[in-house]
Design a binder for this molecule. Structure first.
Ligand SMILES: [Zn+2]
Length: 412
């Protein structure tokens, strides 16, 4: 599948120049042959995910992955492979142990993990879970003085319904036509969500303020552990930040996500007033404030070497899995595309540069910093000289599957 993605990307690159330069079909065929017969794309995914693990920005995992990428780019003969720092990012975070158990009324191991930027527990701690569904600042009053030493379940039990449709399906031609007819982004960029055309953008600032207020409230009230339901079912746990990478924001209490089915079991026991005990043991630590980085490297061009075509993807992830689809897949495809271009020793007029971003999951921080330092400060929109030399940028952050179109995400 990913071979096809590389092919589609290469074809897209060539197609973009087709109006000005003739398509060299012999070269296209050589690219296809290297992609299909000598693919290394799954090896890139293996090292990014299975070997380097989760790649949270500011964690040891992303540094290890970045060093591995740089070694590969150098090995392939790219020029200037390096970490290009940006910042400040804030505090890093690392978790090295997590266990969770239901101890009463019956024993069961719990599936879960510490949410990023959660503190640890200083050894195993057990206690009584209570429901404390807090969704707005107005809810604080209801729980004031009631949560000391408790394990607080902070969400309504999610509804879990039988899966009756295939978990994934191929877009129909009608689906694709609908996406093609998305609203004019010129009118829609401000206040609309570029990843879901027509939908309002989530109010991140409001959500962030509430998270900070909630974390402060939970710590002030003496909550022992904050428990959230993983957003998925079938034992898959998904969760994002417990707290923040920014030191000015309050540190939450130890904070975990557990499998939704198990969260719901505990909630049902609480509702029926059956005594429940759960135990958590979390080792997690905040790391000193540090800048982050993007990983870059390039193949210098020939006659138009100061013009640049960029390939990019974000290599950072969350921590519950290994970030395979979001976005080791895109990173591996871009690595494979540039490996192929270099391996074929093509005479490319323009420089081709790869950039693997970090900080994407915290608000596209790495790519925004790159744009600001190389192309233009969006605040003033005064383009820098490099801006005029950028011939094009191709990004993948769409998971797996064949590329059947190009999302412009409000940029056309
Ligand atoms: Zn992503």
């Amino acid at each position: 599948m990913r071979n096809v993605m590389v092919l589609a990307l290469s074809a897209a690159l060539l197609a973009a120049w087709a109006t000005e330069e003739p398509v060299d079909l012999r070269t296209v065929n050589r690219i296809k042959a290297e992609a299909f017969d000598n693919s290394k794309v799954m090896e890139h995914v293996f090292f990014l995910t299975d070997v380097n693990g989760p790649r949270l920005t500011g964690s040891p995992g992303i540094e290890g992955a970045a060093k591995w990428v740089i070694n590969r780019l150098e090995e392939w003969g790219l020029t200037g492979a390096k970490m290009e720092t940006w910042g400040p990012f804030g505090r890093g975070w690392s978790s090295t142990r997590f266990t969770a158990h239901l101890k009463a009324p019956q024993y069961a191991p719990l599936i879960g993990f510490a949410r990023p930027w959660s503190p640890g527990t200083s050894g195993p701690i057990s206690g009584e879970p209570v429901m404390a569904v807090i969704k707005t600042n107005a809810d604080f009053e209801k729980f004031k003085g009631k949560l000391k030493g408790k394990i607080a379940l902070l969400e309504r039990p999610p509804s879990i319904v039988p899966i009756v449709a295939p978990p994934s399906r191929r877009f129909t031609e009608t689906d694709l036509a609908g996406m093609f007819a998305a609203p004019d982004p010129g009118a829609a960029v401000v206040g609309l969500n570029p990843s879901a055309p027509g939908q309002p953008a989530p109010d991140r600032e409001k959500a962030r303020k509430f998270r900070n207020d909630l974390n402060k409230f939970l710590v002030d009230e003496g909550v022992m552990v904050a428990v959230y339901a993983g957003e998925r079912d079938l034992g898959t746990v998904r969760a994002t930040s417990a707290g923040s990478h920014e030191s000015k924001d309050p540190v939450p209490p130890p904070s975990v996500a557990i499998a939704a089915e198990q969260y719901n079991r505990i909630a049902r026991l609480i509702e029926k007033k059956i005594p429940v005990t759960v135990e958590f043991d979390i080792q997690a630590e905040f790391l000193p404030e540090k800048d982050s980085f993007n990983v870059v490297g390039e193949i210098p061009g020939s006659s138009k070497k100061d013009e640049v075509v960029m390939l990019g993807a974000h290599m950072d992830s969350w921590t519950g899995g290994t970030g395979a689809t979001d976005n080791a897949a895109g990173s591996a495809v871009m690595m494979e595309a540039i490996r192929i271009l270099k391996a074929l020793n093509l005479n490319m007029p323009r420089t081709v540069r790869i950039a693997l971003w970090t900080g994407e999951e915290q608000g596209m921080l790495g790519s925004k910093a790159y744009v600001k330092s190389h192309f233009a400060d969006p605040e003033v929109m005064s383009p820098k000289p490099e801006h005029a030399k950028l011939a094009g940028y191709f990004n993948i952050d769409n998971g797996t599957g064949k590329i059947r179109g190009v999302y412009l995400q409000g940029n056309d």
